[in-house]
Each structure stands twice: as structure tokens, then as C-alpha cells.
Design a protein around this ligand. Structure first.
Ligand code: 13P
Length: 347
């Protein structure tokens, strides 16, 4: 199957729809282990039914499609249904939202590289992608994680992860799925904003060399990078504008103009800061950038709703209002219209 003849127009249309209307992506693709960890922290039972109810809360949030163009599901979730039996995928499509699917099988310790990880999931991937396409998915996600510390990341880790991302992306495009290419430079650590910028630039340059080598069509991908931030325990935290400047400078150096959209992960930032930083980038640079600057947040959209829900049916409407609010704040941030007052007036 020749991608350029068969699928490129469809891929371009899907990628365009994923960043259209100043909307963004909602990641709700936590693996069972990660979802359970977040439930445990919030005092919610870690059962399949609790995970299903929580995902039902998200996909049935009234008006979600006003702000969200696509949702990223997980293998368990894409097969689940609302309590009345309606498949989640149908509810999502009926809301005008594109279903997507996480397809990596997780980041594992990398042999010979203490403290570093390599993302797995390439074996059998073509078959899984075809099944997800049949189920209605139109885009996929694969996350590589790059840790920053003394002496790391290594070239070995960066190159192996970049090549896996590129091989995944090529398989997605062959199948008609837009690959969301996610190389995440982690926030954990004491490193400065400058160091995060250097590492992020090296990682992105390596990823784009590999995407080219594996014949991935850049017009039919979405890049999902980290923002350029100081480490969580760095004593020098930076102002919102400085983060916005450093992030955009790094992306301009490393991301080709053919890429239609960049959708940031939130990576452990607070929900408000993630919105404020995305907003600052769009206020300062939007008219001069070749790609859309959007969002693909999990925690920065979901966390307040999860804390309100607490596993109780009675809390569903309030949790859905919180989710709707966060999604709306992030669409405002894409427009450069987000401000702190929005956090006070919604509840
Ligand atoms: P966070 O926004 O919580 O970082 O999650 C985004 C994501 O999809 C990670 O793969």
C-alpha cells in the first residue's frame, strides 16, 4: 500500500481536524496501572467498573466537543460502553470528537542505560492498528520518555526512542491513522530551563531525522512535545513569558514547517500553569508560527474533575463542569484569550 497515493489526503484532513477551531486533544489513555495509581491517590476503588464509570463521566460531559477535537483512548477504554450499552466510540463520534488510541505498550528500563527507558510496542503493531481503525480510531499515540539527570539522556536512549517513534508513525500512516508523535522530556529533576531546552532540541532534531529516514509524511502527523521548563525541583522556577519564549524558540529551531500542529503534553504542571503558558505562547507568537500550538493534556484537564468525582455518582455533574471548564480554558489559551479571572468565575 503506497501511502502517498492512498492515504495522504485523508491523513492531512484528519490532522487538520485535530487542531481546527482552536480546539485540542484530551488524553484519557492512562494504562490500567497509571489509572489505578491516580484512583488510589484520590481514594477511589481500583476496579474495572470504577475505571469505566470515570471514562463514562468524561465522554458524556455535556458540550465537550466545543473545546475538544479528539480524545485519546486506551485499549480497555475503546472497548467499553456507557452503562446503557452505547459504545464510548459512538458517543465520542456523535459529540463531533475524533477517537484516538494509545498504542505503545509502555516505557521499560533500557538495557545498558541505567536510569533511562525505551518504549515498547512495535511487535504486532500493524495488526493492532488495523483493528483500532476498524473500531473507529483515526489517530494514534506513542510516548517516548527521556529523563534528564547527570550524564543523561544518552545518545543511545535518544536514538533508540526516536527510531521507535518513527517506525510507529510509518505504520500508522500506512493504516490511515494520524500518528501523534510524543517524545516527552520529563520534568523530574533539578535541571534548569536552559538544560531542558538543550535536551528538547536534541531530542526533536533526532526524532525528525528518524521520521524522514522512515519516510513519514510530516503533513500527516501531530507532534506532542513537552514545554521547555525548569525541572520540578530546580530552585530557579521561571516566569510564564520566559517559558513561552524558550519553548517557541526551541520548536522553531527543530520542527519543520510542514508539521500541521504541535499539541503539548502537560507533564505534571498544574492545570492553571499549563493554560497560562500555552496562552503566553499564542499571545506572543501565534501569527508568526508555521504550525498550530495546541494541547493534548491528560492531568491538566482531568485532575480537578477526578478530585471532585471521588468515585461518587452524585458528584458526576460537578466533575463534568470542572472538566468542561478546563477544556474551555485551554481553548481560550489557544486563542490567547485565557486569563486568571476565568478560574474564579466558572463554578
Ligand atoms: P499529561 O498531560 O498528564 O502529561 O499526559 C499527556 C499524555 O498523554 C502523556 O502521554
Amino acid at each position: 500500500m503506497e501511502v502517498s497515493e492512498l492515504n495522504l489526503p485523508e491523513l492531512i484532513a484528519t490532522a487538520g481536524a485535530m487542531v481546527a477551531g482552536d480546539k485540542g486533544l484530551l488524553a484519557m489513555d492512562e494504562s490500567t496501572a497509571t489509572c489505578n495509581k491516580r484512583f488510589e491517590k484520590a481514594g477511589i476503588p481500583q476496579t474495572e467498573e470504577a475505571r469505566r464509570s470515570y471514562r463514562e463521566l468524561i465522554v458524556t460531559t455535556p458540550g465537550l466537543g466545543e473545546f475538544i477535537s479528539g480524545v485519546i483512548l486506551y485499549d480497555e477504554t475503546i472497548r467499553q460502553s456507557r452503562k446503557d450499552g452505547t459504545p464510548f466510540v459512538k458517543i465520542i463520534i456523535d459529540a463531533g470528537i475524533i477517537p484516538g488510541i494509545k498504542v505503545d505498550t509502555g516505557a521499560k528500563e533500557m538495557a545498558g542505560h541505567p536510569g533511562e527507558k525505551i518504549t515498547e510496542g512495535l511487535d504486532g503493531l500493524r495488526g493492532r492498528l488495523r483493528e483500532y481503525f476498524q473500531m473507529g480510531a483515526r489517530f494514534a499515540k506513542w510516548r517516548a520518555v527521556i529523563a534528564v539527570s547527570v550524564g543523561i539522556p544518552s545518545r543511545g536512549c535518544i536514538e533508540a526512542n526516536a527510531q521507535a517513534l518513527a517506525r510507529y508513525a510509518a505504520l500508522c500512516q500506512e493504516t490511515g491513522l494520524v500518528p501523534v508523535v510524543e517524545p516527552e522530556v520529563l520534568m523530574d529533576g533539578e535541571h534548569t530551563l536552559e538544560r531542558c531546552g538543550e535536551v528538547t532540541e536534541e531530542v526533536l532534531r533526532t526524532v525528525f531525522i528518524q521520521l524522514y529516514t522512515q519516510r513519514v509524511r510530516l503533513e500527516g502527523i501531530i507532534l506532542k512535545p513537552n514545554m521547555v521548563l525548569p525541572g520540578l525541583t530546580c530552585p530557579r522556577q521561571e516566569a510564564v513569558d520566559k517559558v513561552a519564549d524558550a519553548t517557541v524558540r526551541c520548536l522553531l529551531r527543530a520542527v519543520p514547517a510542514a508539521v500541521p500542529g504541535i499539541a503539548f503534553l502537560s507533564g505534571g504542571q498544574s492545570a492553571e500553569l499549563a493554560s497560562a503558558r500555552l496562552n503566553a505562547m499564542n499571545v506572543g507568537f501565534k501569527s508568526r508560527l508555521p504550525w498550530a500550538l495546541a494541547f493534548s493534556f491528560a492531568r491538566a484537564i482531568q485532575q480537578p474533575a477526578l478530585e471532585i468525582w471521588q468515585g461518587q455518582d452524585a458528584n458526576v455533574p460537578a466533575a463534568q463542569r470542572a472538566l468542561y471548564h478546563r477544556a474551555g480554558c485551554n481553548r481560550a489559551a489557544r486563542r490567547g484569550e485565557y486569563n486568571a479571572a476565568m478560574e474564579k468565575t466558572w463554578a
